[in-house]
Design a protein around this ligand. Structure first.
Ligand code: PMP
Length: 445
């Protein structure tokens, strides 16, 4: 298996050197929140794979839904044909989403759901007779996927240039970015306590300067996970929404990661009563069983899209197996009170993270619900990072893995945790305890 792996596999996101240097963990089976390798060793998954496993692995209701749909029919396409699972799911999503988002377009990944949102936003302006509104504004260091369209949205500010964006620059379309609400390194130099959300001024400036050219503002509502778990201060999302409205541009909420209770409300937008014009979901939509995503839009945007020569879609858009499992996952979401569970687990996580703040190489601990990040620094006083060649964060993750716990790392020396709401409180304590000890050991404390 290892030889074939070296000869044929091409892993996502994994730089070639890392992959060759590391022993990949091979997952053969899984049980709840535990992953099991071919030798029977068990690893507690502190990342829900990638924020998807809402109910853990092997849930009988999801397995049954998948098998039942497969027995009825596999994929029949949504091209000039319909099927019950997709229609029911569309209605269900429209019901759960912030008011007014009544139209549902299906795709298979978060990236392609965002792509559709971009096309739909542009279609809206074309229908309004303003085709020059073709620029999107995203948040600095925002993450919306890996297609060329979504890499284009990876807002870059002057001091933090995303290498991936830079590499593909000639293939991308121009977009603009506004300051991220990074309270640990406040972009407008506020110290704690003085925050009046002045970092949103940069959005306001763009919308004034580029009047008539902006199609939409796109945000990861209330937390930028892949940028280093940048948690926005309360009211930031509502203020961004208000600014977008006041300047007459559309708002796209990318809830691919934040959907289904991960931030403490079904959608992160709900917490601040924000209704975007377009909203994307993915990842946990099928509880991590199948790839399925959706773009939700207002009726006005849908009308614009269907009225023009706009098309979007793919062979498997809204496929029956995915839709059937998503319906079963949403049944469980309600029946098992996943939202309540997520909130209770998030409280345990908050308490568990407290001691991390006392470690001399932990610069900051950030958390929104079940999205948490621990930023390691060489020097706490000056918030300076470790030299990259020391690979401190990677060593911590590897040690935690060798001790049976999986966590991720994102650029900026941030160790991230995305536990499943289905994780037991004891398992969560095992996760944080193991990570705590790994940080101490690697940083020599
Ligand atoms: N948007 C956000 C906010 C995400 O976190 C991700 C994935 N991490 C995506 C979009 C892209 O989703 P996918 O990997 O399914 O294309």
């Amino acid at each position: 298996l290892r030889r074939l792996d070296r000869e044929h596999m091409w892993y996502p996101w994994t730089p070639m050197d890392d992959w060759m240097a590391n022993d990949q963990l091979v997952v053969e089976r899984a049980d709840g929140c535990w992953l099991i390798d071919p030798e029977g060793r068990r690893y507690l998954d502190g990342r829900s794979s990638m924020g998807m496993n809402l109910h853990g692995h092997g849930h009988p209701a999801l397995v049954e839904a998948l098998v039942a749909q497969a027995r009825k029919a596999g994929e029949t396409t949504l091209y000039r044909v319909s099927h019950p699972a997709a229609v029911e799911l569309a209605a269900r999503l429209a019901n759960m989403a912030p008011p007014g988002l009544q139209r549902v377009f299906f795709a298979e990944s978060g990236s392609t759901a965002v792509e559709t949102a971009l096309k739909a936003a542009y279609a809206y302006w074309v229908a309004k007779g303003e085709p020059e509104r073709s620029t999107f504004v995203s948040m600095a260091n925002g993450y919306h996927g890996e297609t060329l369209g979504t890499i284009s949205l990876r807002g870059v500010n002057n001091d933090q240039v995303d290498m991936i964006r830079k590499t593909y620059e000639p293939l991308l379309y121009p977009s603009l970015s506004f300051a991220q609400p990074d309270c640990y390194r406040c972009p407008v130099g506020m110290s704690s306590g003085g925050c009046e959300l002045d970092c949103t001024d940069s959005l306001e400036e763009i919308l004034v300067r580029e009047k008539g050219k902006i199609a939409a503002v796109i945000v990861e509502p209330r937390v930028q996970a892949l940028a280093g778990v940048i948690t926005a201060p309360e009211g930031h999302l509502a203020k961004v929404a208000e600014i977008a409205r006041r300047h007459g541009v559309l708002l796209i909420a990318d809830e691919v990661l934040t959907g289904w209770g991960r931030t403490g409300t079904t959608f992160s937008c709900d917490a601040e009563g924000v209704t975007p014009d377009l909203l994307t979901v993915g990842k946990a939509l099928t509880g991590g069983y199948l790839p399925l995503s959706a773009t939700l839009a207002t009726e006005e945007i849908f009308d614009a899209f269907r009225g023009g020569a706009f098309l979007s879609g793919s062979t498997y858009s809204g496929y029956a197996l995915g839709a059937a499992v998503a319906l079963a996952s949403l049944d469980l979401y309600e029946k098992d009170d996943v939202l309540g569970r997520a909130r209770a687990l998030a409280d345990v996580l908050t308490a568990e993270l407290e001691p991390f703040r006392g470690l001399s190489h932990v610069g900051d601990v950030r958390q929104l619900g079940l999205i948490a990040g621990v930023e390691l620094v060489a020097d706490r006083e000056n918030r300076t990072p470790f030299p990259p060649q020391d690979r401190v964060v990677e060593r911590v993750c590897t040690l935690a893995r060798d001790n049976g716990v999986l966590v991720n790392a994102v650029p900026g020396d941030v160790i991230t945790m995305l536990p499943s709401p289905s994780m037991s409180h004891d398992d969560l304590r095992l996760l944080t305890g193991t990570l705590f000890r790994a940080i101490r050991e690697v940083t020599g404390e």
